[in-house]
Every structure is written in C-alpha cells, then in structure tokens.
Ligand binder design. Structure first.
Ligand code: ATP
Ligand code: MG
Ligand code: FE
Length: 349
C-alpha cells in the first residue's frame, strides 16, 4: 500500500506495502521517488519448502503496524503528512490480501485520505518506473511492449499509458516461471527453480540438448509441453546411465533455459513487428533471469529496439513497484471506494 501527504503540493510521500509473502514491505514515496523501503521478511515458512498461506497472513498482521511506524520514522514523515495509501487488491493469496486491504481501509478512514487499489501485475509491468534518490533511471516512453514473465503469468502487454493496458498474447497453460519451478523440482534442484537453473545454466552448454517447441498460433504461449519433453528425455537417459542427471545438470539447465528464452523471444519479436513498437521492457520474477536479460539486450541491438530492464531487486515480487503503480493512479485521480474486497484471481478483477 502507499500513502501520500496533503502538507504541501510538493510533498507527497506514498506509503505502500505489498502483501505477497514472504515479506511485509512498506515503501514510502514522495513525488514518485522512493524515500524508504522497510521490509520485514517472514522466517516462518523456511521449514516448509514453500509459502504457507495461513502463516503468511498471520505474520503480515503482526508485522504491519511496526513496519508502517518504522517506514515513517526512517523517512522522517509523520502519519498526518500522508496523502494517500495504495494497496494490492490481487491477484494473490486471499488471507494476505485481506490483511493489506483491511489495513488500507483503516488508515484511509482514520487519516481521512484516499486509497488506491493496485493490480499486482500492473506493478510488475511498471517496475521500471521505480525512482530512487540519486539513482539515474531510463524510463520507456509510451506506448511500449512489456514481456511480463512471472510465477503465474506470461504475457505480452501493450502499455499505452500507466493506466492503459492491452494483452496482445498470453500463455494458454503454464506460466514460464512455473516451467522453471516445476522442472527444477523434477530435476531435484530445489525451489524456486528460476534462480537455481539460472545459476547452473551459466556453467553449461545451451546447444547440447534440444527440446521440442510448441506451435501455438498468434502471440500466445504454451509452456506445459516442454516440461513433459524434459521429463521423458531425462527418464530415457537415466535408463541408459543412472548418473546422467548428476553429470549433465549444467548442460540440461542451459539447454532448457535457452529453449524457454527462444520461445519467449519468438513471440516478442513478432509482437514488436506487428505493432511497430520498439520500446521494449520486461517485468516479473523471470525478468531476473540473466540469460533472458542478455538476450533482450542483444535482440534489441540487432533490431533497433530501445530496451529497458528493471533493476534486479524490482523483478520478483516487491512493494516498490506497487507503490509506483498506485502513485500513477493517484496522480490521475483514481480513487478506490471503501467497500472494495480483495480478489485472489486475475479473472475476478
Ligand atoms: P505472479 O506475479 O504471476 O502472480 P508470483 O508473484 O508468484 O507470480 P514473481 O515473484 O513475479 O511471481 O516471480 C516468481 C517466479 O520468478 C518464480 O517462478 C521463480 O522461479 C522465477 N524466477 C526468479 N528468479 C529467476 C531467475 N533468475 N530466472 C528465472 N526465473 C526466475
Ligand atoms: Mg507472488
Ligand atoms: Fe509477482
């Protein structure tokens, strides 16, 4: 969520936090610039090999008030200076979203300031606009194409303004982040799979193995077939050599990652051609991938695109991107009524 102040027209701190586990985070923005970013990481999940939704919402509930106080203290701002609060309405884990939405309502009522709801994916799409004091940032101009690649989504989005989006293509089954995660689990490499595969891929040969690519019309994606293709391939090789996986995991990761990147880039290149748009950004957890980042830059140079990569820390879930998305809406006069309810799925938005 975020808040801004009424004190003067030039001071608009925006407090905000995103309630996707595993951290309760509260960035404070003034005029769209990050003033402070307090993060309370949740340690409660570490013994469970994933996020436990019930534990996440309880931890948010315990953390939220101290985190808000600390964010204000570090930014040197008092609660009465806040002029708005932004919050994630969804999609995400309902329990956590409820804590955030309820807190936003309470703050909005008690301070008599407006609240602004944010779609989590909008945050990923605008991650490149997070401004930090003293850090120069190159921002895309509108309209731009965003390759949104995360744990739950894979889309090519045309962004005409901070408030106007058009999905040009999207996955018809798994998200690309899911393909990273499921295949990593299958290979016994751990969770989340993206960072592990990324690290091993750097040590391997991306041309060593070849996996079948899907043939999906238009600008849509599919990532469920490649998972099966990897599974069968590894199973067959293990029947011949029980040490195959252990001896080839770097090459497997490099080849698998390259296949995913090829699929992503194929449609992005097509979208850029068809739309005539050369401003290209990426967002979402998979945009942390070093192979994808290098490839976007390389294709951009070849194709005369202007490419923009969000800073590494704003790729996976973070609150600063939600603050910025909320700030754009606040500036445009968008206000969310107090009877708003959080939603877990995108389709319910
Ligand atoms: P969504 O935003 O669609 O709701 P989410 O919030 O769960 O999904 P994000 O935090 O945006 O997902 O991204 C998490 C995903 O990013 C995971 O699937 C993870 O494996 C992937 N990921 C993180 N780092 C990397 C990396 N270096 N390479 C590839 N994938 C990565
Ligand atoms: Mg998430
Ligand atoms: Fe996300």
């Amino acid at each position: 969520m975020y808040l801004c102040t009424h004190l003067s027209s030039t001071i608009w701190p925006i407090l905000f936090w995103v309630l996707n586990p595993p951290a309760t985070t509260l960035p404070l923005l003034r005029d769209g610039v990050l003033l402070s970013n307090v993060i309370a990481s949740q340690q409660v999940h570490k013994d469970f090999g994933g996020v436990v939704p019930e534990l996440a919402s309880r931890a948010h509930e315990q953390n939220i008030v101290p985190v808000v106080s600390e964010a204000l203290r570090r930014a040197g701002v008092s609660a009465s200076e806040l002029s708005a609060i932004a919050f994630t309405r969804g999609p995400g884990l309902l329990g956590s979203l409820l804590v955030g939405t309820s807190f936003a309502k309470a703050l909005s009522l008690s301070l008599d300031i407006p609240m602004v709801m944010v779609n989590h994916l909008q945050g990923h799409i605008l991650a490149g606009f997070v401004r930090q004091e003293g850090v120069p940032v190159r921002e895309p101009s509108f309209p731009y194409l965003c390759l949104l690649v995360s744990g739950g989504n894979s889309q090519i989005v045309k962004v005409s303004s901070p408030l106007e989006y058009e999905i040009l293509g999207q996955t018809i089954d798994d998200a690309v982040g899911e393909a990273f995660d499921k295949c990593s689990k299958m290979l016994g490499l751990g969770y989340p799979g993206g960072p592990v595969i990324d690290r091993l891929a750097k040590l391997g040969d991306p041309e060593r193995f070849h996996f079948a690519k899907p043939n999906i019309p238009g600008l849509d994606y599919s990532f469920s077939g490649i998972k099966t293709s990897l599974l069968y391939f590894v199973r067959d090789q293990m029947a011949l050599d029980p040490n195959f996986l252990e001896n080839n995991k770097e090459d497997l990761c490099a080849s698998f990652q390259k296949t995913l990147i090829d699929i992503l880039m194929g449609k992005l290149i097509r979208a850029a051609k068809e739309s005539g748009i050369r401003e290209i950004t990426i967002g979402g957890g998979v945009s942390a991938n070093s192979g994808l980042r290098a490839r976007i830059v390389a294709e951009g140079e070849k194709r005369h695109w202007n490419t923009y990569l969000p800073e590494f820390k704003f790729t996976t879930d973070n609150a600063a991107m939600i603050a910025v998305a909320g700030w754009f809406q606040y500036k445009a006069g968008v206000r969310t009524p107090l009877d708003v309810a959080p939603v877990s799925r995108l389709s319910d938005f």
